[in-house]
Write a protein that binds this ligand. Structure first.
Ligand SMILES: *Cc1c(COP(=O)(O)O)cnc(C)c1O
Length: 398
């Protein structure tokens, strides 16, 4: 299937890519190869596999057929040459840092990136002599002025979490490559349905598959997709030694989730458009940030170039700041008060006290995450139920 990836459209790839028909029993669903190790037919075969002279499996930390199906599926969706599935999204992020950074290197990264992705650079990689600068990568001039002679990596989330700033990936990749550096894009927020960063020059795209790709709030996992074979081999060697690989049962659950990825992304995006309009017109709301509401002509053109849709994440602030936010969050019943995003259920969270609580208030404010900011991850419920719940919650604040 994966050899035909160019022939099929994205919705078809979600369902079929990476999953060859089962030659033995004809099973339509992927078999779960729940085994830690694989027997060799002979010592000669074992030696050939270890030497990399013969394809085949050795030990599940190094590779597993069910996990490989998921890797091939997401590689096809992201238009990469290969992928590596990881135990969590953070295993994907930390493995890339570990594989690509060394003492004396410098990283430029999006200031409002996922909290732990920033914290490990600031706390842990700083201990190993890696320096980092955090800027609004949506401002290309800021990327250029943060650059240093030893910058080896530009790490971007677009849209950013939770400020929804949009970064120009083509401009950033051209810049990074002209300086001999790599561009990594965390594409968790949009999924490959709405954005394919490798097309815009990224070297690596990664995901927390916990979010849209699995989509059912029942698995944590991550994946790293590569534009080129050499980088894939380098990171694979580090991942299999560090050990943050994905378990076959986990991979099977994600393969089950990814089949409906395109349907879920479109349904939640439709709800999000309506929710964003409601929020924007409600007197209890101070401001709303949603790519679909962008007014700036340059940003609108960038969104049209780079994204196939605005997605289903909305940030907003209520009049009355933190107190109003608390009242709104505690008063909802259909909207679950939970971190995470990209599932079929709508979730609301408060970054200042939850996902970004590990950052100092100063760097949080500098990254645009105000105390009263509320993040909404819109799900696939019926639009009438969702809008009614939102409107009632907002009306209670008046
Ligand atoms: C959740 C998330 C991560 C981390 O993923 P886990 O699966 O929780 O380890 C990384 N980046 C972004 C943008 C996320 O939303």
């Amino acid at each position: 299937m994966s050899k035909h990836r160019g022939d099929f459209k994205t919705d078809t790839l979600c369902i079929h890519a990476g999953q060859a028909p089962d030659p033995e029993f004809g099973a339509v669903a992927a078999p779960i190869y729940q085994t830690s190790t694989f027997a060799f037919a002979s010592t000669e075969q074992g030696a050939a596999r270890f030497a990399g002279k013969e394809a085949g499996y050795i030990y599940t930390r190094l590779g597993n057929p069910t996990t490989k199906m998921l890797e091939d599926n997401i590689a096809a969706l992201e238009e990469g040459v290969a992928a590596l599935a990881t135990a969590t999204g953070m295993a994907a992020v930390s493995t890339c840092y570990f594989a690509l950074l060394g003492k004396g290197d410098h990283v430029v990264a999006s200031s409002a990136m996922y909290g732990p992705s920033r914290i490990i650079l600031e706390r842990d990689f700083a201990r190993f002599g890696v320096a980092s600068s955090f800027v609004d990568t949506g401002d290309f001039e800021a990327v250029k002025s943060a650059w240093q002679p030893n910058t080896k990596l530009l790490y971007v989330e677009t849209p950013t979490n939770p400020t929804l700033s949009i970064t120009d990936l083509a401009a950033c990749s051209a810049w990074a490559h002209s300086k001999g550096a790599l561009l990594i894009v965390d594409n968790t927020f949009l999924s490959p349905i709405l954005q394919k960063p490798l097309r815009h020059g990224a070297d690596i795209v990664l995901h927390s598959v916990t979010k849209f790709i699995n989509g059912h709030a029942d698995v944590v996992g991550g994946i790293i997709v590569f534009k080129e074979e050499n980088l894939f081999k380098k990171v694979r060697s580090v991942l299999t030694h560090l050990g943050g690989t994905m378990d076959p049962h986990q991979a099977w659950l994600v393969l089950r989730g990814v089949k409906t990825l395109a349907l879920r992304v479109r349904a939640s995006q439709e709800n999000a458009r309506l929710a964003a309009e409601l929020l924007a017109s409600h007197p209890a709301v101070e401001w709303v940030k949603y790519p679909g509401l962008e007014k700036d002509p340059a940003k609108k053109a960038l969104i049209a170039r780079q994204m196939a849709g605005p997605g289903s994440l909305i940030s907003f602030e209520l009049k009355g700041g933190v107190e109003a936010g608390r009242k709104f969050l505690d008063g909802t019943s259909l909207l679950a008060l939970a971190v995470s995003l990209g599932g079929v259920e709508t979730l609301v969270q408060h970054p200042a006290s939850m996902t970004h609580a590990g950052m100092s208030r100063e760097s949080r404010l500098a990254a645009g995450i105000s105390d009263g900011l509320v993040r909404l991850s819109v799900g696939c419920e019926d639009k009438d139920d969702l809008l009614k719940e939102l409107k009632e919650g907002l009306d209670r604040l008046a």
